[in-house]
Design a protein around this ligand. Structure first.
Ligand SMILES: [Mg+2]
Ligand SMILES: [Zn+2]
Length: 181
């Protein structure tokens, strides 16, 4: 059996509008173009894998069950449009509040876990994120490409940090079109 290709997706600011420490399902708003992007990924045989840092757990702002509720809401909203996410991975840790871990981006842990479980070929896979730490997670995991979007924290990252050498696109849909075409 040949290995699969994947699109790794940051969650907040890429799929749903950035809300600081989002944990309430009714505050989920899907960013425009996401449905079309997910359809295009499916059509081209890409697994869609969310990889999201959720340090709000380590900070005591919310619990893991809240993360699951947000993911259920995202799936419900996407399902209405006939699309979905193949897997959700989250890191609940923060080094200052609980423990160092392998999963918190820019570490590659979540991507590598998914690669192992789904037999993903990193050379055929890419990531879309709104923070430089997302891009570095993709690089640490050996992804073929990583795109920094202008949605979510993206614009702020682009204006205030060194983004030389990073591919910048407007949003998820543009990232998908750029990689696939
Ligand atoms: Mg984000
Ligand atoms: Zn972690």
């Amino acid at each position: 059996m040949s290995s699969k290709k994947a699109c790794f997706l940051d969650r907040d600011g890429v799929i749903n509008e950035e809300v600081n420490y989002l944990y309430e399902p009714d505050k989920v708003a899907i960013i425009s173009g996401v449905t079309e992007a997910l359809k295009m990924l499916k059509r081209h045989g890409y697994l869609t894998v969310v990889v999201t840092n959720q340090a709000g757990v380590a900070r005591g702002f919310y619990e893991e069950k809240d993360i699951h509720a947000v993911h259920a809401r995202i799936e419900k909203l996407l399902d209405k449009d006939g699309v979905g996410i193949d897997a959700f991975y989250f890191c609940p840790h923060h080094p200052e509040f609980d423990t160092e871990c392998e999963c918190r981006k820019p570490n590659a842990g979540m991507l590598l876990q998914a690669a192992e479980k789904f037999d993903i070929d990193m050379n055929e896979s890419f990531l879309v994120g709104d923070r430089i730490s997302d891009i570095n997670a993709a690089r640490n995991a050996g992804c073929a490409e990583a795109y920094l979007v202008r949605t979510g924290h993206g614009t702020n990252e682009i204006e205030n940090k060194d983004v030389s050498g990073i591919e910048i696109v407007d949003d998820l849909l543009h990232a998908v079109r750029t990689f696939i075409d």
